[in-house]
Design a protein around this ligand. Structure first.
Ligand code: GLY
Ligand code: MN
Ligand code: MN
Length: 466
């Protein structure tokens, strides 16, 4: 929990922007995330709700934030309780909350049901995040009930409910300087983890030791925690050899073999912000000819995507740039046979490249690894067109893609995955490669904040030499 005054001002500014958007008779209700049981008496590591934390900086469970259109913020949180705190940890408590967090008022969470109708009385619109918290809609209606029951005595029951995700997603999509600084630090820590894992792999193989995926996973975790990250931002992928062709593979016990590649997709979470980095490297530190050929192709496609990432470009521009380079490379390297699939334009139109590249080139990154934010341009939603997809025959609705703005953060992550199949050159069988970096959009281009771990073949080989 960040209680310094610069942080206060930041959260206060976000709440004020939200209040201005709602209008003076709106009220916003934001619960934090529930605790989740893992099994019997063991819980998953607690993770607050991203919207809640974005507006409060508060990390404890069982808390709600209420923001009124007039700009008042009320926090409901766990009360001080010596016995419970002995078991579960120190609580901030409502008395200390205004000074610690910069909120106007704070009450114990067990006052929520009695105070919420009072706070809503006289408001015209209740804002809360739709379809994100189980049972929330019913709870809101439960608080409206006593107001409705008492209209004869002069209460004013709100007449509209609106989705709070809409304004909050727009706010979160463009990262302020405070967020960008945190994301830079998160990416630097993750880059350090990748370097450690690469170096350990080569060193253990040089020493004749058996290397397993979990050895490399342990290096990542060690570096994340050693440098203050709370946890990985998502389940780390450490995929040796052919496992790299399984897109959602998780670090397991697979043998890391001399001569094969390893794909690691892992990033830490730092103070609520995710990083998301993928590197693919030779387990022993030296690329073979075919590995290098495919790797250089993915790297060239990533560079094309980086070049296409700048304020004013569309979100889909980097993907399209990637596909062009990858598709041409697949033809040049014989992964695709021009006699069967035609020329570059045919490969793109028929999506023949999909056999080896089946995901998109990026996503928004922020508090959530697949962060919130509309991927279509809000001002152009009406301009929808439809087309028939060449691969599936389905009708696809196309809306103009989001125009990138300075401060948006996205990943750039092309890949190529070659499962053994008839007609596919054997030298590439079982090779899976992805290169993923995190980019802050700037007016003139983008800032790659994850390049603390290199991507060039020579640089990777050099850092793995010892
Ligand atoms: N690690 C999840 C992703 O790359 O999208
Ligand atoms: Mn990603
Ligand atoms: Mn990733």
């Amino acid at each position: 929990m960040n209680t310094d005054s610069a942080a206060h001002a930041n959260y206060h500014d976000r709440r004020a922007r939200l209040a201005a958007h709602m209008g003076s008779h709106g009220i916003a209700l934001i619960p934090t995330a529930p605790e989740q049981q893992r099994n019997r008496d063991a819980d998953f590591l607690y993770r607050f709700d991203s919207y809640f934390h974005y507006l409060s900086g508060f990390t404890e469970p069982k808390a709600w934030l209420v923001i009124t259109g007039s700009g008042k913020t009320v926090l409901f949180c766990l009360p001080k309780d010596l016995e419970r705190e002995t078991w579960d940890g120190i609580r901030l408590g409502p008395q200390a909350a205004p000074a610690a967090l910069g909120v106007d008022e704070a009450y114990a969470i067990d006052e929520l049901d009695t105070r919420m109708p009072l706070l809503m009385d006289g408001c015209d619109t209740v804002w809360y995040p739709f379809a994100t918290h189980k049972g929330l809609e019913a709870r809101v209606n439960g608080w409206l009930q006593p107001l409705r029951d008492r209209v004869r005595f002069g209460t004013l029951c709100p007449s509209a409910q609106r989705d709070l995700c809409e304004p909050l997603d727009e706010m979160r999509l463009v990262k302020d300087s405070f967020e960008q600084a945190t994301m830079r630090r998160a990416a630097q820590i993750s880059a350090g983890g990748h370097i450690r894992a690469m170096q350990l792999s080569a060193r253990m193989l040089r020493e004749g030791k058996e290397v397993r995926e979990y050895h490399l996973d342990a290096e990542l975790l060690h570096e994340f925690r050693r440098r203050g990250s709370q946890c990985p931002a998502y389940g780390s992928i450490v995929a040796a050899g052919e496992n790299a062709c399984v897109l959602h593979y998780r670090a397991d016990a697979g043998l890391v073999r001399d001569g094969e590649l390893v794909l690691i997709d892992a990033g830490c979470e730092l103070d609520g912000y995710a990083s998301d980095i993928t590197r693919t490297f030779p387990a022993n530190g030296k690329f073979s000819g075919p590995q290098r050929a495919l790797y250089e192709l993915v790297l060239a496609s990533q560079q094309a995507a980086v070049n296409a990432t700048h304020a004013g470009a569309r979100f889909t521009d980097p993907h399209e740039a990637t596909v062009k380079v990858l598709a041409q490379g697949m033809l040049d390297l014989g992964l695709l046979d021009a006699n069967q699939v035609g020329n570059l334009q045919d490969v793109i139109e028929k999506r023949a490249y999909f056999a080896f590249y089946m995901h998109r080139t990026g996503h928004w990154l922020g508090m959530d690894v697949h962060d919130c934010g509309a991927y279509t341009e809000p001002s152009e939603i009406g301009q929808a067109t439809t087309r028939r997809d060449a691969l599936t025959g389905q009708t696809i609705v196309n809306r103009p893609a989001r125009v990138l703005r300075s401060g948006m953060v996205l990943t750039i992550e092309p890949g190529i995955y070659v499962r053994p199949a008839p007609g596919v050159p054997e030298q590439f069988h079982g090779i899976g490669i992805r290169i993923e970096d995190d980019a802050i959009v700037t007016d003139t281009g983008c800032e790659l904040i994850s390049r603390g771990v290199p991507v060039e073949v020579d640089a990777i080989e050099a850092l793995m030499r010892g």
